[in-house]
Design a protein around this ligand. Sequence first.
Ligand code: PEP
Ligand code: MG
Length: 498
Amino acid sequence: MKIHFVEVISEGYAYGPAFVTIPELILEDKKINVDKEIQKLEMALKQAAHDVVKHSTYEYFDIQNMMINDPILKKDAVEIIKKEKKNAATALSEALDKYKENLLKSNSKYLQERVYDLEDVKRRIILILLNKKNNFPKTPFVLVCDELMPSIFLENKENILGVVAKKAGMTSHGAILARGAGIPFVVCNNINLKNGEDIIIDTRRKALFEEPEESYILEISHLMNKNTDFEVKKYKEFNLLVNVFDNQEVKKAANLDVDGIGLYRTEFVFMHENRPMTYDEQQKIYKEAITLMNGKPVCFRTFDIGDDKQVAYIKAHHKGFLNYVNNPTIFETQIKALLASNVNGNLKIMFPMVETIDEFKYLKNWVLRIKKEMNNDKPILIGMMLETKKALISIDEFKEVDFISIGTNDLTQELFQIRRDEQSSKITAYVDDLLKALKKVVDFAKENKIYLSICGELASIPTISKAFMQLGIRNFSVSLSAFRDLNETVYEFNEKQD
Ligand code: PEP
Ligand code: MG
């Protein structure tokens, strides 16, 4: 049995065969034929460009197409083959990594965000070069990847037992999805797992095991099947809600008797298909969620596309306001489907990445106009996520919002220039500054009787959620897997108060 120590991103246990998305590139000792490798590279680039164009004509794929056809990329890879005598796959991988470094160094957020496209491009071309199929298994497996792309997770969610990545942060969307679905997710850098080999993830031991022993497999299989239900302790002053991204999670939340859904990330609903979701499709999903929650508040965030969350049919250079203005039909279809699902009058609609009160008013009035046109008289609440620096600075102007939910994932990124995939290791350095900055938001909400909650990942870390409680925050929304700890933290906080 071989053991590797790991960083834990999402807790749990998994046992199953590894599926490696990008096979490790093993440098062969044997001499390569330079001309042949260059030829192979050219053919793979052509094939990848062809595949991308075949898939779609949308802009998302245009960007990938541009990357594949970039003459600098090809020139760099060819040079590595010629000078360093490396095979085409290794040369291309190294050339793309250089490309990636440059993107990350850029001052443009748009360019930085293209790293996710680059990862996808890398995977495609390398699989072609290694003559491997792009298909994910149709039976359960442990996903082994460089970084967890949300789209890959969603496409294979039913079969993913656990995830091992080379890189991830607590607030990357891959991490958020895995935690929401209760799937263990670990980061392990220097490991070379083989496709098909059986491995164990055991986050209790912060470890990953190769060639596990029979008795250990039995122990882990037992833990994997253990019932994780528990009785939620209720506190009058507190609302404990959950963040979800699909209705399977809503079902689990309803069974747990939580106080409501504090954040439904609807962009993941949009990722089900490679085309805009129709009104009927969306309405079915939203109505089911609302019905499942049986009168408790359900807060849907309008689609928050951009960054590592991309869909082929929406032009999303940045997350936020412009996505709605630039895609009015998609926005209106979503709002109509949400309003029509409001059977109990407990619908909350929340806009992400709001920067100014004018943006908020514009979107709110748009929703109200649609509501009027539909002759819909059910009550709704319209609020915003507080997750941009601009909104934080001008928070006193936001008196018109029905509620505010603090998104610490984006907010900390904006305030302290920390990338989402780095956050976990840097939390302690900035948390005091964040608390100081949020004090005025708590005071503002109190003064104006605005419901204030927190739905970013920091609320899942007990020591930090306790600090938010001390600051006066009483409404928390966390992923399902963090709910038990949150409930425990509230219990401890209340014990101390008594
Ligand atoms: C946040 O930014 O804190 C948040 C909850 O939204 P997301 O993680 O989906 O960007
Ligand atoms: Mg956010």
